[in-house]
Design a binder for this molecule. Structure first.
Ligand SMILES: NC(=O)c1ccc[n+]([C@@H]2O[C@H](COP(=O)([O-])OP(=O)(O)OC[C@H]3O[C@@H](n4cnc5c(N)ncnc54)[C@H](OP(=O)(O)O)[C@@H]3O)[C@@H](O)[C@H]2O)c1
Length: 282
């Protein structure tokens, strides 16, 4: 099975996103079932954040993972930028751990750039690591300049990932951020990897070339989108779904290895950028 080395562990390259989950009591059981279906079919990485539903997503995840061995999971959460100080970050982290009903995170991310100095945030993250409350830390929504600056700082090289928007219709980072991260051996976490199922207006699932390709691989278009995202073995994609069948299909996309000729075909319709692009931030 395909894996990506993330924070010292080999994990499957499709994880489970949980934004907008845990907010509606009537959907709770279905959402728990969706997360568990993902885990049953091989996912290990679960992505959440203190911001999501003001802790509701973390609480949902905490409930969903109860039957599973903690060591088999790879839990990721994120601290809000205005909580990323030496004083507040440990408080936020403890609250996330409580909601997730665990005593450590595998990865803790700074959700986006903060007005608190990154040096101070790194100190707080390193301290949490020493205390054993997190195994590793990383960042999210850092563009190529932010990452370049981060990597020059003392302890900046401990950054385990950068979680950014990446999908076929939004591949601006292929110009400079992806190469920078590859050079520094830092895996990427791709968010919004299925472009929210056409809800962003890209109509990826209606694209004939992608439909034909899906048929060739005995797959659906969502699986092709995900197989494309994780093609370089340095990327973990974290699609979100509250639908059991969708989650299972997403996790199973790790079996698809797109042939060079198909990757080239995709490049002709969704070309690699030729100039630097601003990072999309959701
Ligand atoms: N760090 C950040 O700032 C940031 C920002 C955005 C997102 N994220 C993370 O990344 C995760 C994913 O991103 P996202 O939620 O923006 O977008 P996404 O995963 O691209 O799309 C989610 C939407 O796609 C649908 N979908 C997923 N798989 C499907 C399938 N196989 N067939 C049909 N529909 C499918 C889901 O609907 P159904 O429920 O009906 O399947 C859902 O409405 C988030 O949940 C969050 O954990 C992080």
């Amino acid at each position: 099975m395909k894996t990506v080395k993330m924070a010292g562990r080999e994990v499957p390259p499709i994880g489970l996103g949980t934004w907008n989950m845990g907010d509606e009591p009537r959907k709770f059981d279905q959402e728990v079932e969706a997360i568990r279906a993902g885990l049953e079919h091989g996912a290990q990485v679960i992505d959440t954040a203190e911001m999501y539903g003001n802790g509701n997503s973390e609480s949902l995840v905490g409930h969903a993972i109860k039957p599973y061995k903690r060591d088999d999971l790879f839990l990721v959460s994120k601290v809000l930028p205005n909580h990323a100080s030496k004083k507040q970050l440990p408080i936020s982290l403890d609250q996330s751990l409580k909601r997730l009903q665990t005593d450590y995170l595998d990865l803790y991310l700074l959700h986006w750039k903060s007005s608190i100095s990154i040096e101070e945030t790194i100190e707080a993250l390193q301290q949490a690591k020493i205390q054993g409350k997190i195994k590793a830390w990383g960042v999210s929504n850092f563009d190529v300049n932010d990452m370049t600056a981060l990597l020059k700082l003392p302890n900046g090289h401990h950054c385990a990932t950068n979680q950014v928007c990446y999908n076929l219709a939004d591949r601006g980072i292929d110009f400079d951020l992806v190469p920078l991260m590859e050079e520094n051996n830092i895996p990427l976490m791709a968010y919004t990897p299925v472009a929210r199922g056409d809800r962003l207006g890209n109509d990826l699932t209606k694209q004939k070339v992608l439909i034909d390709m899906a048929n060739k691989y005995n797959a659906d278009v969502f699986q092709v989108l995900l197989a494309w995202c994780i093609r370089n073995e340095q990327t973990i994609a974290i699609p979100q779904s509250s639908n059991v069948d969708h989650v299972i299909n997403n996790v199973k996309s790790t079996r698809i290895e797109l042939a060079e000729e198909d990757l080239a075909k995709i490049d002709t319709i969704y070309p690699k950028p030729k100039t630097s692009q601003p990072l999309t931030v959701w």
